[in-house]
Design a protein around this ligand. Structure first.
Ligand SMILES: [Zn+2]
Length: 137
């Protein structure tokens, strides 16, 4: 927490810690709660089960991480638990990428995809909002 203090907005830190504590509302978690047999597809790519494990390596997540010039190829890198995240700037960039992914998922969770902005427009808008803070990316 101290490493992120003053480097990212509180909302960014909250998204990061929700991911660390497996508190993102994925379909797989909700399926368990509701007793459904099959989880809906990923909100980002519609190509796999909506779970934190998939989101970590989803092609859309990889693109968001690339926007922040950090690598993500697995759950360890997604959660910034890899050795590169010991560098404060990389940890902050990964937390920002996580927050953007969290926000995009919220938009698609609460709005039909046809009514929402296109994925490219949505990414541009949310990245712009995250990067407009004083300690911008
Ligand atoms: Zn996906």
């Amino acid at each position: 927490m101290m490493e992120l203090s003053g480097k990212v907005m509180p909302a960014v830190a909250a998204s990061y810690f929700k991911a660390l504590f497996n508190a993102w509302p994925t379909a797989r978690q909700l399926r368990t709660l509701r007793g459904a047999k099959r989880a809906p597809r990923c909100l980002l790519c519609d190509g796999a089960e909506d779970s934190i494990e998939h989101i970590a390596c989803c092609r859309c997540s990889v693109r968001v991480f690339a926007k922040f010039r950090v690598h993500c190829g697995n759950l360890i890198e997604f959660l910034a638990l890899d050795s590169s995240a010991r560098i404060d700037e990389i940890l902050a960039a990964k937390a920002k990428a996580l927050h953007v992914i969290f926000q995009i998922r919220l938009v698609y969770l609460h709005a039909p995809r046809s009514a929402a902005l296109s994925p490219v427009e949505l990414l541009r808008t949310i990245v712009g909002n995250v990067c407009s803070m004083p300690t911008a990316c």
